[in-house]
Design a protein around this ligand. Structure first.
Ligand code: NDP
Ligand code: MG
Length: 390
């Protein structure tokens, strides 16, 4: 199988290459794409010898090109706005790992969908901002979408038909670790630093999703993602806090059965599942020792300390452009928090204000109108930043 990995230098990209490296007989890397981390991408090119390497940043691409030429590596380095789309849709490619963070991942993911690739979807933002547009591109190209997000991958494994809107299915329960501030007071959260917010107790992830886990906006985005992937309304999607992150999510059936998928919190499990589906391959993840874990705890999420969860439900119920607006506001808010321009609790505040201002906008009918709504929402968020508590 020929693979393009978008976001190769990130947390998911590196885990993907770890799994791929265990199965050189099954997988060949066609292209690797990232933004600017040329050193890490160079190492990956030397090890996996892809046909193409893409860096969106042109200066970084130049450095990579020289480095690979010096090393005698035959990988061709591409840059420019169309390069990611081209390596996602190229005829030689069978599957695309969509693991760029944020709205930047949308166009290449849609191109892969239109071209009928197997899409291993880590970039949840694509579905949140452009659910209908993305899924209709996949349908038009005949692309299969396999969720990488651990919760959605778990749900997929617990749903033999892949959809939840058929008879006999009552609800989907997404588990949430509760993040680093599960037990923190609102006053403590108001003072939280980027370092504290990024110190996730169970998962090692990129900074943006780590902050989203701390605000639980990540679970909010995942509710919206689950709606599009599995076809259930918000009223049949629930969040349950499960601090050990061993049960990755559950599906409840009409007869009272609940099916769950369990495993150690390591993204190589969902990645290996999606790469090999419907077969199973070794991922390098240690087996689960249930007796050593001893107990699994579950509790209700606290909607007061984690208002982002409520905002996601609000956006899901409103439909239209609201999820796209919320996603864009959140990207601006997280960046501002990481740059120490707003307080941790300012993230939810900014998200709420932008959602109030623009949440009634209609959904974009095509990629360009989705990107226009994304831009408008970012502009509105940037304009409101000053007013949000520092
Ligand atoms: P990271 O921040 O670790 O990595 C992001 C990757 O995207 C890097 O390779 C980065 O390149 C690349 N990138 C960023 N902007 C651009 C751009 N404009 N053009 C091209 N490449 C770009 O993120 P994660 O791996 O943690 O997350 C990736 C996606 O997977 C996110 O959507 C996240 O929500 C999702 N996800 C992640 C999980 C995890 O465990 N990490 C779990 C579930 C979902 P560079 O390194 O050069 O900056
Ligand atoms: Mg997740």
């Amino acid at each position: 199988m020929n693979l393009t990995i978008l976001g190769a230098t990130g947390s998911i990209g590196q885990s993907t290459l770890d799994v791929v490296g265990r199965h050189p007989d099954r997988y060949r890397v066609f292209a690797l794409g990232a933004l600017r981390q040329h050193e890490r991408l160079a190492e990956q090119c030397l090890r996996f010898a892809p046909r193409y390497a893409v860096l969106a940043d042109e200066d970084a691409a130049r450095v990579l090109r020289e480095r690979l030429a010096t090393a005698g590596c035959g990988t061709e380095v591409l840059t420019g706005p169309r390069a990611l789309v081209e390596v996602a849709a190229a005829a030689e490619v069978d599957a695309v790992m969509a693991a760029i963070v944020g709205a930047a991942g949308l166009e290449a993911a849609i191109a892969a969908g239109r071209a009928g690739k197997r899409i291993l979807l880590a970039n949840k933002e694509s579905l949140v901002m452009a659910g209908e547009v993305f899924l209709s591109a996949c349908a038009s190209g005949g692309a299969a979408v396999l969720p990488i997000d651990s919760e959605h991958n778990a749900v997929f494994q617990c749903l033999p038909g892949g959809r939840a809107d058929g008879p006999g299915i009552r609800r989907i329960l997404l588990t949430a670790s509760g993040g680093p501030f599960r037990r923190a007071s609102l006053a403590e959260m108001a003072k939280a630093t980027p370092e504290q917010a990024c110190a996730h107790p169970n998962w090692s992830m990129g900074r943006k999703i780590s902050v989203d886990s701390a605000t639980m906006m990540n679970k909010g985005l995942e509710l919206i993602e689950a709606h599009y992937l599995f076809g259930l309304p918000g009223s049949r999607l629930e969040v349950v806090v499960h601090p050990q992150s061993i049960v990755h999510s559950l599906v409840e059936y009409a007869d009272g059965s609940m099916l769950a998928q369990l495993g150690n919190p390591d993204m190589r499990t969902p990645i290996a599942h999606a790469l090999a589906h419907p077969e199973r391959i070794d991922s390098g993840v240690a087996p689960l020792e249930l007796a050593r874990i001893g107990r699994l705890d579950f509790e209700e999420p606290d909607m007061e300390r984690f208002p982002c969860l409520g905002l996601a439900h609000q956006a899901l119920d409103a439909g239209g452009g609201a999820p796209c607006v919320l996603n864009a506001a959140n990207e601006v808010a997280v960046e501002a928090f990481l740059a120490r321009r707003i307080a941790f609790t300012g993230i939810a505040e900014l998200n709420a204000r932008v959602l109030d201002a623009l949440g009634a906008r209609p959904a974009g009918a095509d990629v360009d109108s989705v990107l226009a709504l994304d831009r408008d929402s970012r502009r509105a968020a940037a304009a409101l930043l000053e007013e949000v508590a520092a």
